[in-house]
Design a protein around this ligand. Structure first.
Ligand SMILES: [Zn+2]
Length: 88
C-alpha cells in the first residue's frame, strides 16, 4: 500500500504509523461515563471510505488524515491533520 503524503509525495505505507479512526469526536466533559466509554472503546467498522490518522515517522513527521477504502485498502486521499477538524 502506498500513501500520498501531501508533503513528501507517494510513499510506502511502512514509513507510516497508524493511529485510528479520525471521525471520533471527544465528548463534552459533562457527557457522562457511557459517552466516554463509547469514545474510548467503540468503533464502527464501515465497508467503504474511512478517514484515519496516520503519522509519517519515516518522512516529514507529520500527522495526516488519510481516507482509505476499507474494502480494498485503496487510498482515496490524504491531507495534513493540522488545523483540520475530524470529519465523519
Ligand atoms: Zn510526509
Amino acid at each position: 500500500m502506498r500513501i500520498p503524503c501531501p508533503h513528501c509525495g507517494e510513499r510506502a505505507a511502512e514509513e507510516f504509523s497508524y493511529l485510528g479512526d479520525a471521525t471520533v469526536q471527544r465528548p463534552a466533559p459533562d457527557a457522562g461515563v457511557d459517552a466516554f466509554v463509547a469514545y474510548a472503546y467503540l468503533r464502527d467498522n464501515p465497508a467503504g471510505a474511512l478517514a484515519e490518522y496516520w503519522y509519517h515517522g519515516g518522512g516529514c513527521r507529520s500527522w495526516l488524515v488519510v481516507t482509505r477504502d476499507t474494502r480494498d485498502h485503496r487510498i482515496l486521499g490524504a491531507v495534513d491533520a493540522r488545523g483540520r477538524e475530524a470529519q465523519p
